[in-house]
Design a binder for this molecule. Structure first.
Ligand code: SF4
Length: 304
């Protein structure tokens, strides 16, 4: 972790700032503040960045760009919303095309207020971000580093209650995305979920005796349908979803292809599955608010 603490690389994106905050970010790099003396480098490549600095508010034009940058950054990562516009939308909050602050579309770890945000506040925010990065790194190691704290195993009907509770928690963000709280994962009853155990195979991931992730699948012909990949919000972005997907695919060696689906606005899910080798092959309208995007992967590709 010391390499991260001593030389974190940052990437800066100007969402729709008036440029006031951007000038202050640049001021941090000038000889007066000279952030680079701490090993902090402003990189233009999201794949090299640990810390994402965003200035300005979110609107229809820039939200995809922000999400794309965020998705391309490796885990663990930290996001700083710099200035009142990035924090809440600021003076532009009521504009017809402004959705609000950065946390409307990606998780924000540190809010740094100000209009414009001062260089000292930016530096303080980066330092707070580094502490969070360190905590995330420890969690990431526990989940992805195979230190033994995390187990993934088949779930049984006795786990249905815990899985349902987790499912309702994990799907909140999806419901907010579509402003639709009638999504089936949120309205499913315990009896219905228990019934799913008759024809679906469930995996659970357990940490410190608590279920923090789950996924289920069933076979139809030579296709393995995988669904309801859920991870507790506190453990998201640490590679657990990827681990669960790999495990459940491995439980179905007979499958010729794998299929998943997600909502059309769920760009993070789409990107996540693309990185696992899935490709979009179909889109279907489910309601006024939502289309379902179907993705597939053939078994011989990307199989370990
Ligand atoms: S917070 Fe103030 S200075 Fe910064 S982008 Fe918004 S309006 Fe400009």
């Amino acid at each position: 972790m010391s390499y991260l603490k001593r030389s974190p690389w940052v990437i800066h994106y100007d969402a729709s700032s008036c440029n006031g905050c951007d000038i202050e970010v640049l001021a941090c790099l000038t000889p007066v503040y000279d952030l680079e003396r701490f090993g902090i480098i402003n990189t233009g490549n999201p794949k090299h960045a640990d810390i994402f600095l965003v200035t300005g508010s979110v609107n229809e034009q820039n939200k995809e760009v922000i999400q794309n940058i965020y998705n391309q950054m490796p885990e663990p990562k930290v996001v700083l919303a710099l200035g009142i516009c990035a924090t809440s939308g600021g003076v532009f909050r009521e504009c017809y095309n402004v959705s609000g602050g950065v946390d409307k579309i990606i998780p924000v770890d540190v809010y740094v207020p100000g209009c414009a945000v001062r260089p000292e506040a930016i530096i303080d925010g980066v330092i707070r971000g580094l502490k969070i990065l360190e905590e995330k790194h420890k969690k990431f190691q526990a989940i992805s580093g195979g230190k033994g704290e995390l187990t993934i195993a088949q779930a049984g009907i006795q786990d249905a209650g815990d899985i349902l509770e987790l499912q309702k928690l994990a799907y909140q963000s999806e419901a907010e995305l579509y402003n639709d709280f009638s999504l089936s994962p949120l309205t499913q009853t315990l009896e219905q979920l228990e019934d799913d155990f008759k024809n679906k195979f469930f995996l659970k991931s357990v940490m410190h005796d608590k279920i923090i992730g789950s996924v289920r699948a069933f076979m139809e012909g030579d296709t393995c349908h995988i669904g309801r990949l859920i991870v507790h919000p506190s453990y998201q972005n640490y590679g657990l979803g990827r681990k669960l997907m790999r495990e459940i695919e491995a439980y179905f060696p007979q499958a010729g292809r794998f299929e998943v689906f997600t909502g059309h606005k769920s760009r993070r899910n789409i990107y996540f599955h693309q990185r696992l080798g899935y490709k979009i092959f179909k889109r279907e309208r489910v309601s006024e608010l939502r289309d379902r995007v179907f993705m597939e992967k053939f078994a011989n590709k990307d199989r370990k």
